[in-house]
Design a protein. Structure first.
Length: 140
């Protein structure tokens, strides 16, 4: 089925599942109720407010136009760049794959830096450790 033939609720549910999100996760990220998410996904909502469409698109990391119509680019440019960067890291350092995946799952910059600080203490290659700087143990 083409993206334009799918209904809005189908696109919301499929993208939420791609991100391994539960309806409760999406409701928190979009600032709405779980019942609203379930209504959208079941295509029971006749008119989705534009404000809610943008909140859902942000939470699902997709372009609002694609979410609303099925036309245009699906992923936001930043999401595409992040996915490409993660793939390059995975290819470059397979033995560090689980750490790269863990880092990718952390959304908050301060927590990302803390993870890198802790990891840099265990990196055997001094050049790689130097690239991340010395750990700031005051954050621990």
């Amino acid at each position: 089925m083409s993206e334009t033939a799918k209904l809005l609720g189908d696109r919301i549910r499929e993208r939420r599942e791609e991100l391994a999100m539960k309806p409760a996760d999406l409701s928190r990220a979009a600032g709405c109720s779980i019942s609203a998410v379930l209504q959208w996904e079941s295509n029971k909502t006749k008119n989705l407010k534009l404000d809610n469409l943008f909140k859902i698109a942000d939470a699902l990391e997709v372009e609002p136009r694609w979410l609303g119509t099925g036309d245009g680019v699906k992923l936001k440019k930043l999401a595409i760049e992040e996915a490409e960067a993660i793939q390059r890291l995975r290819d470059a350092i397979p033995k560090w794959r689980r750490y790269v995946i863990s880092l990718a799952m952390i959304r908050e910059p301060a927590k990302q830096q803390l993870f890198l600080d802790m990891l840099s203490e265990h990196v055997p290659d001094e050049r790689v450790a130097a690239a991340y700087g010395s750990p700031d143990k005051s954050k621990w």
